[in-house]
Design a protein around this ligand. Structure first.
Ligand SMILES: NC(=O)c1ccc[n+]([C@@H]2O[C@H](COP(=O)([O-])OP(=O)(O)OC[C@H]3O[C@@H](n4cnc5c(N)ncnc54)[C@H](O)[C@@H]3O)[C@@H](O)[C@H]2O)c1
Length: 255
């Protein structure tokens, strides 16, 4: 039994109840952590407000990670509210619609920039905000996808961004190890969420996993939440800079 009593966790990336961030928040909360949940914009506030009463001792905060002033403001609020942080979860990804629909060759400079800014740079920026509050060490976790390494239809610039994200995990792990702050990623299998809906022909990827993956089914949010709980806990004290697959084994298949 993992006990996170007395720990403070901040989870970025709650859009709705299907968000991977929500499953992770539920598992961290069940284990006893106090939860700060961050949503992107006023538009998503109501959804967050409606969900968090299900958690014990959780509060919501607004932060658009493409804005440095909002990042500074949220960490000020977290400092005032909790005084420290133990766990940070970055469950954020975004690419403009054209970039995950059109031929990869047509990726524009601006769509490339936005995808990398929101999906990759934000991990570095959030880590920098969290480090001064992680005075007793800590765990930073992000979410990636196998499209970083293998080509999936329409994943396009997100695949390039996920490759950069995975490299950022390793560089951050090396940078923060001496502070006993661990940095890891979960590579989740495909799950029908708001972000996934933007990827053209996403249902083909789900079907391929059912047909060819070792477990012949798709992964569920809560299974990602379980591994996130483990990686955020003292049980994973020896793991940093790693990409852990939670994909029903799909990544081992050749055909
Ligand atoms: N669903 C999948 O199949 C899958 C598989 C592997 C990895 N992932 C990754 O998991 C993470 C979470 O995605 P999800 O599938 O739960 O979808 P989701 O749509 O529920 O979550 C994505 C979140 O990113 C947030 N976001 C986007 N731009 C932002 C910004 N500028 N500032 C703050 N927040 C911003 C959105 O508000 C949303 O809450 C993403 O990194 C995604 O790439 C998803």
């Amino acid at each position: 039994m993992i006990d996170l009593t007395g720990k403070v966790a901040v989870v970025f990336g709650l859009a709705n109840k299907r968000s991977i961030a929500w499953a992770i928040a539920q598992k961290l909360s069940e284990a006893g952590a106090r939860l700060a949940i961050c949503y992107q914009s006023e538009r998503l506030k109501r959804e967050a407000e409606a969900l968090i009463p299900e958690l014990r001792d959780a509060q919501i905060f607004q932060c658009d990670v493409s804005n440095d002033a909002e990042i500074d403001a949220v960490f000020e609020q977290l400092k005032t509210t909790y005084g420290k942080l133990d766990i940070l979860v970055h469950s954020i990804g975004f690419a403009p619609a054209d970039a995950i629909k059109n031929d990869f060759l047509l990726t524009t400079r601006d769509d490339f920039r936005v995808a990398h800014d929101v999906s990759v740079y934000s991990l570095i920026a959030l880590a920098r905000g969290a480090v001064p509050l992680m005075t007793e060490g800590g765990s930073i976790l992000t979410l990636t996808y196998y499209g970083s390494t293998k080509v999936f239809p329409n994943y396009n610039v997100m695949g390039v961004a996920k490759a950069a994200l995975e490299a950022a995990v390793r560089y951050l792990a090396a940078s923060l190890g001496s502070k006993n702050i661990r940095v890891n990623a979960i590579s989740a299998g495909p799950i029908k969420t708001l972000a996934a809906r933007g990827i053209g022909d996403f249902s083909k990827i789900l079907t391929a996993v059912e047909e060819r993956g070792p477990l012949h089914r798709n992964v569920e949010q809560i299974e990602v939440g379980n591994v996130a709980l483990f990686l955020s806990s003292p049980l994973a004290s020896g793991i940093t800079g790693e990409i852990t697959f939670v994909d029903c084994g799909y990544n081992i298949t050749g055909l």
